[in-house]
Design a protein around this ligand. Structure first.
Ligand code: NAD
Length: 429
């Protein structure tokens, strides 16, 4: 597959991208200490040369030219992020993604664990004064180095910290699920609107190149008329004491945690919104892990065109993550889908009455980095994020409808939400 099949392409460097020399960039790429920004900006300007170092081709003309990486903006011109919650996702994925991003940089950490925060601050080159805790978080209003607050806390805390961040004058990037109820989602949207700050929900799959490639195929009608979406997202949980198994903190079990990926993918791949929801659920209170949340959930979403999504999500089976989109002229599948890395795309298309199966190889790219840089570009260019609060609100409406259907044993009808998405990421730059 040609790289142009990927919708999110590296942004063309702006004139300001051109200022920093490569050495200057590398020196500061791991993050900057608070207060160093003006010095770095000056150094970046003094460098005067293009930030991207290129070389003349040294292979035959028939070979693809070797591309040097785009180093992005000089650190002082990047959007600064305060990351709230230093758990597995932050430490394992988000801090590394910020460090290799092109338009973003880490500028503060917010944690209830000062020792862990100090350790990470040291690792990523942050000064101690850039560390906040949950109580003094609101002081962040006075920190001009922070433009975006990235909320990576248990689900029940997303609304509180989004509202506090917006009141502190910061834009918000919030992990999925957006919150634990439709009412909380609406409060988050209202708070950001009132403060005139952007709100984006971190739906990384919508920025992931293979998933975007499948989306492009669907939009170009290469699968024909879309008919069915089939997907599972399950994993096997351990420690019964963890917050994901506590209803008050998690809002539910596998449905809001991992089943949400299936809901969201069915919606963005079809481009439609479900009007009917049918759910069933397995509760298993004999297992200490499932005293408060469901063990598994199955659901069907029906869409106005006749398209349907059949999905399953559980917390008691070996990790299984796949999706398959079926149309009148072919099918496309990701197996695994929704994974942090190693997703695999295949599609089968009718060609002269026969099915031909393709497995394109697309260069891996960190979806967390793409998602964070999208938010940064939206802030820099004053654009609406592709996955704003309305996108998270709509998934929460569907989650609540699935639970209501499973409990009442009946189909729940949903009114159309209107447009829930901002412009495609490809329209940036
Ligand atoms: P985690 O348990 O590893 O980390 C949670 C963090 O919140 C910890 O640092 C913990 O100390 C802190 N915390 C504060 N108050 C807490 C409380 N009352 N109980 C428990 N922890 C508390 O969780 P995680 O996997 O990093 O998930 C955090 C958020 O990110 C969740 O909303 C989750 O859904 C989301 N997430 C998204 C993805 C993705 O791929 N986009 C992946 C994992 C998690």
């Amino acid at each position: 597959m040609h790289p142009s099949d990927i919708s999110i392409l590296p942004q063309a460097p702006s004139p300001s991208d051109q200022r920093a020399g490569r050495r200057t960039f590398l020196k500061y790429a791991g993050g900057i200490a608070a207060g160093m920004a003006p010095l770095m900006a000056a150094q970046a300007q003094q460098a005067g040369a293009s930030a991207k170092v290129d070389f003349p081709p040294d292979h035959a003309d028939s070979e693809a030219p070797e591309k040097m990486p785009d180093p992005g903006l000089p650190p002082a011109e990047r959007i600064g992020y305060a990351v709230v919650g230093l758990g597995r996702l932050t430490v394992g994925r988000l801090l590394p993604a910020l460090a290799k991003s092109r338009y973003s940089r880490l500028s503060a950490l917010v944690s209830g664990d000062p020792a862990k925060a100090r350790k990470l601050a040291q690792q990523y080159g942050l000064a101690e004064q850039s560390i906040y805790n949950y109580d003094d978080f609101d002081r962040i209003a006075a920190n001009p180095d922070v433009q975006v607050v990235y909320i990576v806390l248990p689900n029940s805390m997303h609304a509180e910290f989004t509202i506090r961040a917006a009141r502190a004058g910061k834009h918000v990037l919030c992990e999925k699920p957006m919150a634990n109820s439709v009412a909380e989602c609406q409060q988050m949207i209202d708070a950001c609107r009132q403060a005139q700050r952007k709100l984006m929900i971190a739906y990384r799959s919508q920025y992931e190149p293979l998933t975007r490639s499948l989306l492009k195929m669907a939009r170009e009608n290469r699968l024909g008329e879309l008919k069915e979406f089939i997907s599972a997202n399950s994993q096997n949980m351990g420690d019964p004491a963890q917050w994901r198994l506590k209803k008050a903190l998690a809002g539910g079990g596998p449905l809001p945690d991992v089943g949400i990926y299936c809901i969201n993918a069915a919606r963005f791949l079809s481009g439609e919104e479900p009007t009917e929801v049918l759910g069933s659920m397995r509760n298993n209170p004999a297992d200490p892990r499932f005293r408060e949340v469901e063990e598994s959930v199955q659901f069907t979403l029906r869409f106005p065109s006749g398209f349907s999504a059949t999905c399953s999500s559980g917390y008691n089976s070996h990790k299984s993550q796949f999706l398959r989109l079926q149309g009148t002229l072919g099918w496309g599948e990701l197996d695994p889908a929704y994974a942090y890395e190693g997703n695999r795309l295949r599609y089968g298309l009718l060609q002269n009455g026969r099915e031909v199966i393709h497995e394109p190889s697309i260069a891996a790219s960190d979806q967390f980095m793409l998602e964070i840089d999208h938010m940064s570009q939206c802030v820099r260019q004053d654009r609406q994020p592709h996955t704003p609060g309305e996108e998270g609100l709509q998934d929460q409406r569907i989650i609540e409808a699935i639970y209501a259907s499973a409990q009442g044993g009946r189909v729940i009808r949903l009114a159309p939400p209107g447009n829930t998405r901002g412009p495609e990421p490809r329209q940036e730059g």
